[in-house]
Design a protein around this ligand. Structure first.
Ligand SMILES: C[S@@+](CC[C@H](N)C(=O)[O-])C[C@H]1O[C@@H](n2cnc3c(N)ncnc32)[C@H](O)[C@@H]1O
Length: 279
């Protein structure tokens, strides 16, 4: 990320979630705050977002958020009461948390500059900060997640669910692995859903083209991709860390789960996988 600047990619992702609310029916991910956090309630849907690349990207972003919240739902049902949103960007879960009766506490962890900007956005949009939310500013590259969460009052003895969406790509692989090791140290029943870029050398030519195009775009925004993984080696590493149940979902798995029967070309694209790992 550019020094002292909020994440530009966080804004881009949030705009696509907002576009999903306006442009796609039926919605894969229903987010009633996606438009208001951006002040876009009265804006028309940008027609430039009807290209196949944009539709595919939007589909993937909607599906990964939906998947994380579906898995959170299962986690809450099995007794998890802490949810950590890593690299939260403009994610709105904490402001529409449906698990207040279960006393689910949410910690939003993000780069300090992005978090300051998000709090300004929330204020401008008139979205109140609930008592069930704690902000935890952390730069993953220079601080440990453990210290950041401790400062925020996180209870490391409690079962916890983590999501980490659209973030690992922008971190070095050693930071990604160190952070996953911390998650692996949580009590049994805890888990994480995160997405990651598949090593470009393993991609088919179409996925490689999409990857190259997006890599160029995010680098121009000052947030170049920094890590990518071989899915089977990453699964082995998670296993070695102590994760038991590990599920790696590629584009085909996400399509089968969320896009059966959808109109042509609204399908999640090719080079990112979603990993679900439980301790
Ligand atoms: C593409 S956005 C994704 C935001 C959010 N998870 C979503 O799905 O809307 C990337 C996020 O990673 C965060 N990020 C990038 N580098 C970071 C770092 N070194 N430390 C903490 N957060 C970082 C950014 O602040 C931003 O919120």
């Amino acid at each position: 990320m550019k020094e002292n600047c909020p994440s530009a990619t966080a804004l881009r992702v949030a705009m696509r979630r907002a576009a999903h609310q306006m442009m796609d029916e039926p919605k894969v991910f229903d987010d009633p705050l996606a438009l208001s956090i951006l002040g876009m309630e009265n804006e028309p849907a940008p027609q430039s977002w009807q290209t196949p690349l944009e539709r595919g990207l939007r589909a993937f972003l909607a599906a990964r958020s939906r998947y994380a919240e579906d898995e959170l739902h299962s986690a809450v049902k099995r007794g998890v009461r802490q949810y950590i949103v890593l690299g939260a960007g403009l994610d709105t879960f904490a402001y529409r948390n449906p698990y207040t009766e279960e006393l689910l506490h949410v910690f939003e962890v993000d780069h300090p500059a992005t978090q300051v900007w998000k709090r300004e956005r929330l204020e401008e949009a008139g979205i109140p900060i609930p008592e069930t939310l704690t902000f935890s500013p952390v730069d993953f590259e220079t601080q440990t997640l453990e210290e950041g969460l401790q400062r925020a009052g996180f209870d490391s003895g409690k079962c916890t669910f983590f999501s980490w969406l659209g973030v690992t790509q922008y971190l070095t692989s050693s930071t990604v692995i160190a952070t996953l090791r911390f998650v692996a140290s949580m009590p049994a029943g805890s888990g994480i859903v995160f997405d990651y870029t598949v090593a470009p050398s393993l991609l088919n030519p179409t996925a490689r083209l999409v990857f190259d195009s997006l890599a160029h775009r995010v680098a121009s925004a000052g947030e170049p991709f920094q890590s990518s993984f071989d899915p089977s080696l990453l699964k082995d590493s998670l296993n070695d860390m102590g994760f038991g149940q590990i599920e790696d979902l590629g584009p085909g798995d996400m399509n089968a789960r969320y896009f059966k029967g959808y109109p042509d070309k609204f399908r999640s694209g090719g080079f990112t996988h979603v990993m679900n790992a439980r301790i």
